[in-house]
Design a protein around this ligand. Structure first.
Ligand SMILES: NC(=O)c1ccc[n+]([C@@H]2O[C@H](COP(=O)([O-])OP(=O)(O)OC[C@H]3O[C@@H](n4cnc5c(N)ncnc54)[C@H](O)[C@@H]3O)[C@@H](O)[C@H]2O)c1
Length: 260
């Protein structure tokens, strides 16, 4: 018998980092299924613009301008979700920042703490305040967006890789703690994806994405992912089809980790 650890039409899901990229594509995917989305991002202006395009009537989305490194602002997101008046059946911890040119010695302590705070601690904080809502809805799913950097990595991404590895381990322990409450916890580990995070980095370096070290030939499929392809995986991990998946990771990487 299947559990009820997944949202269906009319239920609500919180998505962080929803203003652009993989987060925005996830909002669009969920709205197309008739799921209410509590969409949070620190860039409130861009978030409003994005939601206007995805959900012009505003019937299925609510925008919350919030920084997920702040405990009070994570509580604000959870309060907005509770106020929506629907069953909150999911949380997608997606917000993060890229961090390049950062070996241990090149990274100041302030930078280290900032990146760990956005890319790892925020998942603890946001989950802490969203879980009571999901529990009271009879269960659901928490989807943590990590990266292939949790498994294999490259030079000069010390705080990013450390945070993403932490997300993998945090996912496992959360899954064990929350299984009795019918709450599944899954990590998603995308490979290079065509979003502003990657493009901004290429622009800063004055290089193309391929010159940055993501040549099309690097993975088996021969191109980087589109954000909608990662959003499809997130939507699957949230869904009824994933009702027996918890504590594990899904890796939409085009086959890059399969190679020597
Ligand atoms: N793009 C890639 O190649 C790639 C690969 C692997 C994993 N990922 C992961 O996927 C997720 C989404 O990445 P993306 O490429 O869509 O990034 P993106 O930079 O395009 O979007 C991230 C969003 O998060 C928001 N955000 C950042 N810090 C925040 C904070 N403190 N509080 C609230 N919102 C905040 C930003 O404003 C932005 O809208 C991230 O967890 C990222 O690490 C991305």
């Amino acid at each position: 018998m299947r559990n009820s650890s997944f949202p269906v039409q009319g239920d609500g899901v919180i998505v962080t980092g929803a203003a652009r990229g993989i987060g925005a594509a996830t909002v669009a995917n969920l709205v197309a299924q008739g799921i209410h989305v509590i969409a949070a991002d620190s860039n409130g202006e861009l978030l409003q613009e994005t939601l206007k395009k995805i959900d012009p009537s505003g019937a299925l989305t609510v925008a919350v301008t919030a920084d997920v490194t702040s405990e009070a602002e994570c509580q604000k997101i959870a309060n907005a979700a509770a106020a929506r008046g629907v069953r909150i059946k999911g949380l997608v911890n997606n917000a993060a920042v890229g961090a390049f040119n950062m070996s241990v010695e090149k990274t100041s302590y302030d930078e280290w703490q900032r990146i760990i705070s956005i890319n790892l601690t925020s998942i603890y904080l946001m989950s802490k305040y969203a879980l009571p809502l999901i529990r009271s809805a009879g269960g659901g799913a928490v989807i943590n967006i990590s990266s292939i950097h949790a498994f294999a990595t490259s030079t000069a991404v010390a705080p990013y890789a450390a945070a993403k590895g932490g997300v993998l381990a945090l996912t496992r322990t959360m899954a064990l703690d929350l299984a009795p409450d019918n709450i599944r916890v899954v990590s998603i580990h995308p490979g290079a994806t065509n979003t502003a995070m990657l493009q901004d980095h290429a622009d800063r370096e004055g290089k193309t994405v391929a010159e940055l070290g993501f040549p099309a030939s690097d993975n088996a499929i021969g191109r980087i992912a589109e954000p909608e392809e990662v959003a499809d995986v997130i939507a699957f991990a949230l869904s009824r089809g994933a009702s027996f998946i918890t504590g594990s990771s899904i890796t939409p990487d085009g086959g890059i980790l399969a190679k020597f």
